[in-house]
Design a protein around this ligand. Structure first.
Ligand code: NI
Length: 418
């Protein structure tokens, strides 16, 4: 709260003194709006109601007109009164990915592709969906990407050092018009500096300034790194985190959140029973890019039942997984690690056990998980945890932080076994 108040104060201060008239909020130019009240989406005749849209829904403007705009509401195209829509708040995020992530028209894995964003790009983020997507805007387009590729950029506070001020532009080029000029001594947050340009934010103003117009606040500027920003550690080792026995409606969700903060991929060995109970959670795991493994339907010891029953356990789980996520399981883990030659022949999926057992099911102690991991993990380790116990989810952030700082990259079991 305090931070926001300070920002606003700084902004109104800037307005009053230097930009009394021409000033517009960066957000007013955005194609993304939000409904401050329930409103109707109309057909082209402006009178037939297509649907009623609830408060707080995000709207993407396709074509702005005098009183009406052509809009996209979660894939429904229609017309809406401009007065119904307010500028939406956004936050800056950095795209961090080994590829050029796809931007899609809707927050769904197979939705229409509308373009790509490059790793290292700075984007505005408006809204996060519960299934792992974020609504982003770049200067080229508006659409959805996986939330897991968006990182809080490391920012550094600096001052405008040039007595003539620093011009802010929408792109890193002298050819584009000046958005506004920040006067000397204005404090700015610097997100990234590349090819002589810095991407900065000051109040609600965001854009590019020439880097040498800025100076450090103190001789030793403090880097304000978020706790989970470990981009400075080079990743030379790999580890596969695995979570068994879920999905669980709340614990799994918390685990997914932590994994996403660290851009970590993991493997979930799910039971058929829990997959049928919580297909939406399983779908969320899959949409976030994690690997899904089969862990039998009822979590049975396969060596204690008939071969026929064992095959049924595996097949029924494959069915439950496929009907929830639309894809097949790619690996198998027998409960209790119990199998023999006969059980092995009941599926073509690779059997994957583990090399580090956190014993989380036994001690139910968030701190103990980290202790066991610190003393046993090495390059190539497969770590066993369970996404049905709350302490495991509570201890995961510390585990991810520790392993990141040790230079580990988090990959799926199939990747580590390659
Ligand atoms: Ni298990």
């Amino acid at each position: 709260m305090l931070k926001k108040a300070t920002r606003l104060l700084l902004l109104s201060f800037t307005f009053v003194l230097f930009f009394p008239l021409q000033q517009t909020f960066a957000n007013n130019d955005s194609k993304v709006k939000v409904l401050h009240n329930e409103a109707n989406l109309y057909n082209e005749d402006y009178s037939t109601v297509q649907q009623s849209v609830v408060k707080n829904t995000f709207i993407v403007i396709l074509e702005k007109q005098q009183q009406w705009s052509k809009v996209d509401v979660n894939g429904a195209i229609g017309y809406m009164k401009n007065t119904a829509m307010s500028p939406a708040n956004s936050e800056i995020r950095l795209v961090v990915s080994s590829s050029s992530p796809i931007v899609r028209a809707l927050p769904e894995k197979y939705a229409q592709q509308i373009g790509h964003v490059q790793s290292g790009a700075v984007v505005q983020v408006y809204n996060q969906t519960t299934n792992g997507f974020s609504l982003i805007e770049t200067k080229d387009f508006t659409g959805y990407v996986y939330t897991s590729i968006l990182k809080v950029p490391a920012s550094k506070k600096m001052l405008v050092g040039d007595s003539k001020g620093a011009a802010v532009r929408n792109s890193a080029s002298m050819q584009v018009p000046i958005q506004m000029t920040l006067v000397q001594h204005t404090e700015v947050s610097v997100f990234e500096t590349k090819d002589g340009w810095s991407y900065i934010q000051s109040g609600l103003i965001q854009g590019y300034v020439i880097a040498n117009k800025l100076k450090d606040i103190t001789p030793m500027p403090k880097l304000n790194l978020p706790k989970y920003n470990t981009g400075l550690v080079s990743k030379t080792k790999r580890v596969a985190l695995t979570f068994d026995d879920g999905p669980h409606p709340t614990v799994t969700q918390q685990i997914l959140k932590s994994l996403s903060k660290y851009n970590a991929k993991a493997t979930f060995f799910v039971t058929g029973r829990n997959s049928s109970r919580y297909p939406a959670v399983l779908k969320e795991i899959s949409v976030a890019g994690h690997e899904i493994g089969n862990h039998t339907y009822d979590h049975v010891k396969l060596t204690a039942i008939s071969v026929k029953a064992a095959k049924q356990q595996i097949d029924a789980t494959n069915k439950a997984i496929e009907s929830a996520i639309g894809n097949k399981a790619t690996v198998f883990r027998p409960p209790y690690g119990a199998y023999n030659d006969l059980t092995r022949q009941q599926t073509t999926l690779p059997f994957v056990l583990w090399s580090v057992d956190t014993l989380d099911w036994k001690h139910r102690d968030a701190n103990k998980i980290l202790q066991i991991i610190t003393s046993n993990t090495k390059n190539g380790s497969i770590i066993l945890m369970h996404d049905i116990h709350q302490p495991t989810a509570n201890g995961l952030d510390a585990v991810l932080h520790y392993l990141s700082m040790q230079g580990y990259e988090f990959v799926t079991v199939s990747e580590i076994l390659q």
